[in-house]
Design a protein around this ligand. Structure first.
Ligand code: ZN
Length: 1071
């Protein structure tokens, strides 16, 4: 048999399992021969032997070498915050937490050696070093959304980073080469505003904050790839953001255009559409956004809209991305099918050359068109405004009007014609020319911005018509039934239906039929055709602020906009100390004359730099592609690095980024997959993130006054009693969980929490309290549950494995419990043979007790296997990390409460418990790294004499490469537990037994299948014992009226499928 372990952590030795009792029971076996060379009876710490975990008498008396335990004589005094400090220092010292990959190029093959010479019974596993096949080493890129360096890590951050760190540690232990980097989304307005407030350079402020937050990220016991760290405000990074800009520019995907833009009057900058909320307010400052006509830089995201929409299907497979995020993206991209229709325009009753093109999703309502409406930027409007003073005045007032305003400006002397008017068989009404309005409700961004007004079948058009043409009838051209009996004249009918007689030859047709016919006709006359409309607009990237990536363009009077040559990148931000001190508003770059004035790279004449900087979402749209090659000075990243690491395997972050960041990142990533930077990305559609884990928000415990609803400060509430009390009134406050904010006094400082409870308990608590995607209601009091669990676990380990006590010879070694259990079962098969009856009574008794012990050990081992299965599944999908903690708690209880042994088979018990705990710790390690290291180090202590004992069994040479030093190994150098297949094989075989008393059925009980050889009295005893071990059956069979133990006869039928206790009237009563 050759079993291949995948990881270097294997140190598996099979040491003659069950040797103790086998020798006692089978004196005739040759095993005895080896016994003298095998380890002798262990010094078993009393706790292990007795299973009495409450006993503290077994503790060490002499104090320990381990400072974390203090002087604990009896019980450990677990100090979790101190453990954090201890292990972080050790990780740093060994370089284990800075940046190491688990590089399992060497691994151990497990070889089972048979020693035929000694009877063929003994088998020893030795481990041989071998080279791991290349294909087994897979890369895994796990990334949390990088933070804005505000200076304070908040609980939402801690939740994201805990999740990603847990997943990264899990995958590392599984043998993946994991990349888990972190960096800083360091440009943006808060730094600039803070700089003006404090009179310091935003760079200084940002660097201070980064320093502070780095400390916090370390303090959470995170394992980060610090050597890949970067900040987007660092010129070595933004050099490449500028290169990206120029790459887009070269390909026609970055352009400058005059446009009506969203202007934030508070932050004094323009905003992208995505940055304006549904109430028309800025996402950042909350100010009411104004519309202004300005020349701006855009990225042509519209070029990728088909792919951005279509590839959402790829992301929905296997729930890789959350449904709600996909729905939000789909809605934002907003594709609708319809038609473009041209309306010829006449001025002063002269046939004009112009046409107005509109998009509509309802060409079937064409006969219901009663006016056209244009947005303020429409070319016709702009043209007419030059000679129409009133129109210009109207345009000037428009930005102040609400978007749902019904006001309209009727363009004088200009009329439009319904393209259907040229057909002979149309109603006269269709031939009448149409009025044209300029209306604020028409969104006239960059281009189209014209609608056909159908008051009968559109709610907004209806309201507009009623306001401007209140005395004119509304034309209804669609009805819900073919016979027009359902027409309601007063309200718009907005649903599909049947065309009415007002639609000429299309009368009676359905919406679908008429749409098809009308669009075909228009196309044949060159007056329209099928078309799609998209909600997604090009991405406005220029900002009139300082603290962002400068746009690498030079404006020359003769050459126009000229890209800064690549060898002159980066265009660095000029230091402007005076500006911060005086604290002026506006874009400081406009006053940086030395910086602005330069020469044209093309003609050498005097020219000016572009003073806009890029939206910070440009930085975050590609930063994740930089980590794989973070120190490359020349290019964004090499194609080789990209091929190795991209796309990101798991991306963790808040759902609030569902549109902005994720959409931009998908766009840029799809673009780069078309360039030589990431050719391998083309195969996966250029999607940047394979799996998206969108975590829920963290809500804080909030107290308010029930009489006024006022939020209460923590100092206004007394917590000295069991219930909180408002100090001023003595009343009980209302308690709720709400989004954390300063005004609700419900914020929590995660650093203070980690200092108090330790990072590991805080991490476990965060995970335990809610599924990843749901709101986490932060209740600090509940952290006690997690702390109690850890304390219990640690006490058990501490008391069972004191470092100064060589109680267990197998410290630090792996044993194959499955092998032990199955082998022991085999050896106990003697119970299942006729020989059993010939054994002395005492031996029979012992064997039965051992079997019952083995069964308990098997049950515990099955629990271990089931926990491995569940926990691995939860870590793998990432959504249900909360159940990992509860599964670990359950296994902890099973180990700690494992019953005392009945037989003298103590070594087997120890073996299973030992392996169960080693497994539990490895399962726990990703969540509680320092804590698990501590427990592991206590267990992994090894005594060199072990090798003396082994010398006689296997050659020293084959153990030499394995020789563990006496220093404890890190738990993270060990593999993540894998199932050994025993969950199924150890399943107890059971059967149902109908239990009668004097022929009357009392109950049906499930019992273990009796062994084949059991017969007669032995079978009766076995079955009776099994039945009575069932609590419910026992209650029915032994009570005040009845006691089957007094039966005169026990009749067992069909191998125990039916049992009849025969009992006399007198004996039936309990003695
Ligand atoms: Zn020039």
């Amino acid at each position: 048999m050759l079993s291949i372990g995948r990881h270097t952590g294997w140190r598996l030795l099979q040491l003659r399992p069950g040797c103790l009792f086998l020798c006692d029971l089978h004196p005739h076996k040759t095993l005895h021969h080896n016994h003298s060379r095998a380890p002798k009876t262990c010094h078993i710490s009393r706790r292990f032997a007795s299973g009495n975990h409450h006993s503290t008498s077994s503790g060490r008396r002499d104090g320990g070498p381990n400072p974390t335990h203090g002087s604990a004589n009896e019980k450990s005094t677990l100090n979790l915050p101190q453990l954090d400090v201890k292990w972080r220092a050790r990780w740093k010292q060994t370089g284990r937490n800075t940046n190491y990959y688990y590089e399992p190029t060497k691994f151990h093959i497990l070889v089972r050696l048979s020693h035929k010479a000694v009877g063929g019974m003994e088998q020893v596993f030795v481990s041989k070093e071998a080279t791991l096949p290349e294909r087994l080493v897979e890369n895994m890129y796990i990334l949390p959304m990088f933070p804005y360096p505000s200076g304070d890590l908040h609980l939402g951050h801690l939740r994201v980073y805990t999740i990603s760190d847990v997943l990264a540690r899990f995958r590392r232990m599984q043998g993946y080469r994991v990349m888990h980097p972190i960096g800083w989304d360091a440009f943006g307005l808060p730094a600039e505003n803070a700089a003006i407030e404090r009179g310091i350079d935003p760079a200084t402020w940002t660097k201070q904050n980064i320093q502070k937050m780095k400390g916090q990220l370390d303090a959470m016991n995170g394992h980060w790839d610090w050597d890949r760290e970067f900040a987007t405000c660092d010129p070595t990074f933004y050099k490449h953001t500028q290169r990206l800009f120029l790459l887009l520019y070269e390909r026609g995907l970055a352009y400058q255009a005059e446009a009506l833009v969203n202007y934030d009057p508070v932050d004094k900058t323009v905003l992208a559409n995505e940055q304006v909320d549904s109430n028309g307010k800025s996402w950042r400052s909350g100010a009411k956004v104004e519309k202004r006509m300005l020349k701006q830089w855009f990225f042509k995201i519209s070029e990728f809209r088909e792919e951005l929409l279509g590839d959402l299907r790829l992301l929905s497979k296997n729930d890789a991305w959350p449904e709600r995020v996909l729905a939000m993206q789909k809605n934002w991209i907003g594709k609708s099918k319809g038609a473009k229709i041209k309306f010829p325009v006449t001025a002063f009753n002269q046939q004009a050359l112009a046409e107005i093109e509109v998009f509509t999703t309802r060409p079937d309502t064409l006969f219901g068109v009663q006016y056209l409406a244009l947005g303020s930027t429409h070319t016709i409007v702009q043209e007419l405004a030059k000679s129409d003073v009133e129109l210009q005045a109207f345009l000037d007032t428009m930005p102040a009007l609400p978007q749902d305003s019904k006001i309209g400006y009727l363009l004088p002397h200009v009329r439009a014609t319904n393209p259907m008017a040229y057909e002979d068989d149309v109603p006269d009404a269709t031939k009448t020319s149409l009025p044209i309005y300029v209306a604020p409700y028409v969104v006239g961004d960059y281009g189209d911005g014209a609608v056909m007004g159908v008051p009968g079948h559109d709610t907004r058009d209806h309201a507009f018509w009623k306001h401007n043409r209140y005395d004119e009838p509304i034309r209804t051209v669609i009805s819900s039934s073919p016979d027009e009996s359902t027409i309601v004249e007063d309200q718009p009918f907005v649903h599909p239906g049947h065309l009415t007689s007002r639609s000429g030859r299309y009368a009676g047709k359905t919406t679908a039929e008429a749409t098809k016919k009308i669009v075909e006709l228009l196309a044949s006359k060159n007056l329209g055709g099928p078309a799609d409309s998209w909600r997604l607009r090009d991405w406005l990237v220029s900002r009139q602020r300082y603290w962002g990536t400068p746009i690498p363009i030079i404006h020359c009077k003769s050459c126009g906009p000229v890209p800064v040559p690549k060898d002159q990148l980066p265009v660095e931000l000029p230091p402007l100390q005076d500006h911060w001190v005086t604290g002026k508003a506006g874009n400081p770059l406009e006053g940086a004359h030395e910086w602005i004035n330069t020469s044209c790279p093309k003609c050498g004449e005097a020219a000016k730099r572009d003073t806009d900087t890029m939206d910070t979402f440009v930085d975050s749209s590609w930063y994740f592609m930089r980590y794989p090659d973070a120190r490359n000075p020349d290019i964004h990243f090499s194609a080789d690095a990209a091929k190795q690491w991209l796309p990101v395997d798991i991306y963790v972050g808040g759902v609030e980024h569902a549109i902005l960041h994720l959409l931009y990142a998908r766009f840029i990533s799809k673009f780069l997959a078309l360039t030589p930077y990431w050719p391998s990305g083309f195969a996966t559609g250029g999607e940047p993130f394979k799996t998206l884990l969108a975590q829920g928000m963290v809500h804080g415990k909030t107290y308010s006054d029930p009489s006024t609803g006022r939020f209460l400060k923590p100092t206004e509430v007394s917590f000295s009693k069991s219930k909180p009390v408002i100090i001023a009134s003595g009343k009980t406050p209302d308690v709720s969980f709400e989004k954390m904010s300063k005004s609700k006094y419900n914020g929590v400082d995660p650093t203070a929490c980690m200092n108090k409870y330790g990072a590991d308990a805080t991490r476990a608590h965060i995970l335990f309290q809610a599924p990843v995607s749901e709101v986490l209601e932060w209740d600090e009091e509940k952290i006690a549950g997690v702390t109690r669990w850890m304390r219990r676990l640690h006490n058990w380990v501490y008391e069972g494995y004191r470092a100064d006590d060589a109680s267990c010879f197998w410290h630090g070694y792996w044993f194959d419990c499955r092998y032990y259990l199955s082998q022991s079962e085999l050896d106990l098969r003697i119970i299942d043979t006729p020989n059993f009856a010939s054994l002395p009574k005492e031996s029979q008794h012992n064997l039965l007790l051992q079997r019952s012990d083995l069964r308990l050990q098997g049950e515990l081992w099955r629990h271990v296997q089931k926990t491995i299965r569940n926990v691995t599944a939860s870590y793998s999908n990432g959504h249900s990390l909360n159940t990992v903690v509860s599964d670990l708690m359950s296994l902890t209880n099973a180990i700690i409460e494992f019953p005392s042994p009945q037989s003298n088979n103590i070594s087997g018990r120890l073996l299973v418990l030992h392996q169960a705990m080693l497994t539990l710790l490895r399962l726990t390690a990703p969540i509680a790294p320092a804590f698990s290291e501590e427990c592991w180090s206590i267990m992994a202590y090894c005594k060199p004499p072990l090798f003396d004992r082994l010398k006689g069994i296997i050659s020293t040479r084959s153990i030499a490469p394995l020789a563990p030093s006496c220093l404890p190994t890190s738990i993270f150098e060990n593999s993540f537990p894998e199932e050994d297949g025993s969950y199924e094989s150890l399943a107890p075989a059971t059967q149902k037994v109908s239990v009668q008393v004097n022929g009357k059925l009392k109950c049906v009980v499930e019992i273990d299948k009796p062994l084949a050889h059991l017969e007669g009295i032995l079978l009766e005893k076995w079955v009776s014992k099994e039945i009575l071990s069932n609590g419910e059956a026992k209650g029915k069979l032994i009570n005040e009226r009845l006691d089957v133990r007094n039966s005169t006869k026990v009749i067992v039928v069909k191998k125990g499928q039916l049992v009849n206790f025969v009992i006399g009237q007198r004996q039936a009563k309990k003695k």
